[in-house]
Design a protein around this ligand. Structure first.
Ligand code: MOS
Length: 716
């Protein structure tokens, strides 16, 4: 028996100080194992077979020859797979995407649809057999073209209302001295996280255990329990180390196929997606077609704002990429209308992808505001500050805090904005034209109910258990610092264990809400534990454990507009001979709540900004109209920004502690990408005098659009 105090010797906490990742050494030495490499005795390997047609029915699956191949154990398909339940509402308040409920019928709704799983003794045997499996289809005509005016397009909600409107838009536009009315498009984009999706399923003493790579173990646990009609307590999901998620790592075909095969064979089965399979099975960001109409007085004050965003979804699931949502938070006008529309096509289901809605939406609205600034002859920062709303433009609610002006002022100072000559095409460096641009950013700052277990161990250390997920973001380290401060001990005395659904319900790593939600639960449990220890409680050999649940505390939060904000700045050089655009400098200043770990938070923000460069200049998945499938669905064909594409890039923040959060956190997961592509596009306009409204701004587009004589302006 030991007595421990949590002590109050340290006056200063560790939240806000830089710490390298607590699992960093394990990761760089290879000791940290990822889902696809954890050993299991008697492991069998499943390989998914995907449809080669974009629409139709499976006529036959010729399993006989494949079952005779070396090592092959089974072929699961719609003719023999167990039926699963899909009529339920999952943890996020949404029904499941039927793409994950594999092998339920003979319909093929898009190219790359899972039609079978071949299971063999080795991964190589499974792959060879999967490639040999002959599937015959009855083909039907497909439609994969997203276009405005598509007869299937309709307003759609999802995580937010599909449409908002106030005031008289036509009258507002008619009364405006300056009007912008333009269409902006963004292409299909893919998460392309480093670690592919991988899951191993096995039955262990009547309990289903799944070792996975996901953004929420209790999320995947509850989805699997619903789908296989099991009690949640009969399912355990673990996911310790994750090589990126970005919204894509929820319940997907690989986990369900692995569970079906493990059940069928009564041995552990692993299913790993290949990089190519991820392009149709892992979700993606829908392309968008967005129309923005702005009406303003000559001083840039808005009279009318309309933002309509059209995205595609599959025919089996309605996912809305809510591009118009960002205008509901950022800018007010007496006449204000926002609409998210969706059209079902014969394509894979899109899903959440870093800043869903805000990323493409901010490209359109922040480009349009830049156009308005040019036409009004008002500085783009000044134009935004003149349109700062007092309350939520649509909700009318107060902001919990809104320090966008502080971000712009600090960013402008550090970027040297005051020296900028607003005329386009006047700065040169040899054959390069130089330009600078800016854009605003915002992302919701929320929290979800979570439970945490905090244990005072007999040896004087503390163990935190929470079903959190560290996607590589540094969440585990941030939670260690939060727990240390809450317990008033050094971080060395705190061990944080995450990624296990047995630790109880917790928020997913999503919506930029993970760290905040988990920190809240840990803070609550730690406070109660300290009280108990302060009373001089003896610590038995198995420690003293306190469990928290933040459901009630979160329910008591007042209704407010809760968001992070930011100001993005970019300097580009455009090669007039080749059309190449290079981002020489980028600066992001954010008001994103209290920063728990500056080292990893900066990493998150810079990572988002690099993704913004990538979105502006490189990323584009191109669908072939004839086959309905992607051209070159791999990382050779799908370009992302690499080291050579990134110049001097900096992220920093202003003081902005959330007034209603116990630690002051808002969340930094997603805001880094918001506005980043617009800042680059606005800089390209400043460099060349030509406005680019279609991403990515490829060399061929730059060349075709040309440049304007110094000081001139045009549209591409
Ligand atoms: Mo993020 S797109 O909420 O994982």
């Amino acid at each position: 028996m030991t007595t421990a105090t949590t002590g109050s010797a340290r006056a200063q906490g560790v939240v806000g100080t830089a710490h390298t990742r607590v699992e960093g050494r394990d990761k760089v030495t290879g000791a940290a194992r990822y889902a696809g490499e954890i050993p299991f005795a008697d492991l069998a390997h499943g390989w998914l077979v995907l449809s080669t047609v974009a629409r139709g029915r499976i006529r036959t699956i010729d399993t006989g020859p494949v079952l005779a191949l070396p090592g092959v154990l089974a072929v699961l398909h719609h003719g023999n797979a167990p039926r699963v339940e899909t009529d339920y509402i999952g943890l996020l308040g949404m029904p499941p995407d039927p793409t994950a409920a594999v092998f339920q019928n003979d319909r093929v709704p898009h190219a790359g649809w899972p039609v079978a799983l071949v299971v063999a003794e080795t991964s190589e045997q499974a792959r060879e057999a999967a490639e040999a499996l002959v599937v015959a289809y009855d083909r039907e005509a497909h439609d994969t073209e997203l276009a405005t005016g598509h007869p299937g397009a309709h307003p759609a909600g999802g995580v937010m209302p599909g449409e908002t409107a106030k005031g008289d838009l036509a009258a507002g536009l008619a009364a405006s001295a300056v009007v912008v009315d333009e269409e902006y498009t963004t292409p299909e984009e893919h998460h392309s996280m480093m670690e592919p999706h991988a899951a191993t399923a096995r039955w262990d003493g009547g309990r289903l255990e799944v070792v996975d790579s996901n953004q929420g173990t209790t999320w995947v646990q509850t989805e699997l329990a619903s789908m296989f009609s099991l009690d949640a307590s009969a399912v355990r999901v673990r996911s310790e180390h994750i090589g990126g998620g970005f919204g894509s790592k929820g319940l997907r075909a690989h986990q369900v196929a692995a569970v079906m095969a493990a059940t069928h064979l009564q041995r552990p089965v692993r299913v790993v997606m290949t990089r190519r399979q991820m392009f149709s099975l892992a979700g993606y960001r829908s392309p968008t077609v967005q129309r923005v109409r702005l009406g303003a007085d000559t001083d840039g004050r808005l009279r009318a704002l309309e933002h309509c965003s059209l995205n595609q979804t599959s025919t089996v699931y309605e996912f809305v990429e809510p591009g118009a949502g960002v205008a509901r938070v950022m800018y007010d006008a007496p006449a204000h209308r926002t609409v998210n529309e969706v059209v079902p096509l014969d394509v894979p289901s899109p899903t959440f992808m870093r800043a869903p809605g805000e990323a493409p939406g901010s490209f359109a609205i922040e480009s349009a505001l830049d156009e308005l600034a040019v036409r009004c002859g008002v500085d783009p920062i000044e134009l935004r500050l003149r349109n700062e709303p007092e309350t939520g433009p649509v909700s009318g609610l107060p902001f919990s805090s809104r320090n966008l002006d502080a971000c712009f002022r600090e960013g402008a100072r550090r970027f040297g904005w005051a020296e900028r000559d607003p005329r386009p095409g006047v700065r040169r460096d040899g054959r390069w034209l130089l330009g600078t641009g800016t854009a605003a950013a915002s992302f919701q700052a929320g929290a979800g109910p979570s439970t945490a277990l905090v244990t005072a161990e007999a040896d004087g250390t503390f163990t935190v258990r929470i079903a959190a997920a560290d996607l590589g973001t540094g969440a585990r380290t941030a939670l260690t610092l939060v727990a240390a401060d809450a317990l008033e001990v050094t971080p060395e005395r705190v061990r944080v264990r995450i990624g296990d659904s047995d630790f109880g319900p917790a928020m997913i790593a999503g919506g930029s809400m993970g760290t905040r939600s988990w920190a809240w639960a840990i803070t609550a449990a730690a406070a109660e534990l300290r009280e108990r220890l302060a009373l001089g409680a003896d610590i038995p050999a198995d420690g003293i454990t306190v469990r928290s649940d933040t459901t009630e505390a979160l329910g008591r939060l007042a209704q407010k507009e809760r968001h992070s904000f930011g100001a993005q700045f970019a300097e580009v050089a455009v090669d007039t001979a080749t059309g190449e655009v290079r981002v020489r400098r980028m600066l992001g200043i954010f008001a994103a709540g209290r920063i728990v770990n500056p080292l990893t938070a900066r990493n998150q923000l810079v990572g988002g900004m690099i993704w913004g460069i990538s979105m502006a200049l490189h990323e584009e998945a191109v669908r072939d109209r004839g086959s309905g499938a992607l051209y070159a669905p791999d990382l050779a064909g799908y370009h992302v920004a690499t080291h050579a594409d990134v110049g001097d890039i900096q992220a920093d923040w202003v003081e902005d502690p959330d007034p209603d959060d116990p630690v002051g956190i808002k969340g930094v997961g997603e805001i880094g990408i918001v506005g980043a592509a617009a800042a680059v596009a606005n800089a390209v306009r400043h460099a060349t005098g030509v406005r680019h409204r279609h991403l990515p701004i490829r060399p061929d587009r730059v060349l075709a659009a040309g440049v304007r004589p110094a000081g001139g302006d045009a549209d591409a």
